[in-house]
Write a protein that binds this ligand. Sequence first.
Ligand code: 1HN
Length: 381
Amino acid sequence: MSTAASPLHIAAVESPDQPVVSPALVELYRGFESELLVPLWTEIGDLMPAHPRSRAVPHRWRWQALRALAEQAGDLVPVGRGGERRAIALANPALGGRPFATPTLWAAIQYLMPGEDAPEHRHTQHAFRFVVEGSGVWTVVGGDAVPMNRGDFLPQAGWNWHAHHNATSEPMAWIDGLDIPLQYVVDAQFFEFGRDTISEAERITPERSRSERLWAHPGLRPLAATPTGPGTPLLSYKWEHTDRALADQLALATDGQAGCVAPGHAAVRYTDPATAGDVLPTIRAEMHRITRGTETAPVRETGSSVYQVFDGSGTVTVGDATWTVTRGDLFVVPSWLPFSARSEAGASDSDSGALDLFRFSDAPVFEALRLHRTQTHSKDD
Ligand code: 1HN
């Protein structure tokens, strides 16, 4: 028998639902420990709770603080082969210091200095970029140069070669979302380095990528183009379309037409134009617009989400936590905790606009596994 200390500790405790503690029971538990065995009767409450009790906790990150630290990293940390990206991840305070925003989702601020290249690579992790401020970076996905501007959403399914280039004289920051924690826990990851530098031909700065010219025409599918990868063939969802969709929804609702989630709450989901399904196999993304003074009904869902305030200010409540939020702030909603948002004027707001919330979640995973549940409460529940 091994003499190494067992990593297990099985406590014999006095409790109505546990066997009577005796020297023989303690001896039995030491026997379990040394053979690396765990009885169900001491663990069942933790393993099979009546409803999800996420290991993650609600948390908010202030964009101003993230942005300032990313700027410092811009001065101190070069971007190159090995580290690959100047990306700084949100670490949920209850997930052991790992760079995991939730048990399934990674979220990071990425920062690229003028003229810098983030080298080419590919990985099985599904990813996207979302731009809350700035412009001028081009992400090159499979040789297609895709411009990045405020409000643009750029999904990029796993195993696509990708690099980024800052073509301007200003630094630029954006957020990255990936399914890294999910692929980490299920041991699915593959990764390969690509070319160290992208070609001059890929440094061009077209207004629209090839993918947009093929796929970004509403309701029109190119007859001869076949998506090859696992996610959407459209590599950029430009802000002008998202903005108009939300504005139209709210305007129609004012005329008494249906279409909004609720009065004063418009929302759209980013979808794959070839399938109408989610943009990525493991990540769902949406944009919500909540008009000034509107409060959403609390909703809880299985699975976790990360939100970023795209515009406006307000108050959000996640479980027992309530925070004020303003442009750029990020927060997480763990599984099965009720979430609601209220749009209100913030001290720093210059306009009377609505609260625009970008959201991404692991919902496609939960739906595929038939584990998705939603519960909506009225404000009086
Ligand atoms: C990655 O490739 C990017 O391409 C961003 O911008 C964040 C985090 C971990 C691993 C790869 C990117 C990443 C990443």
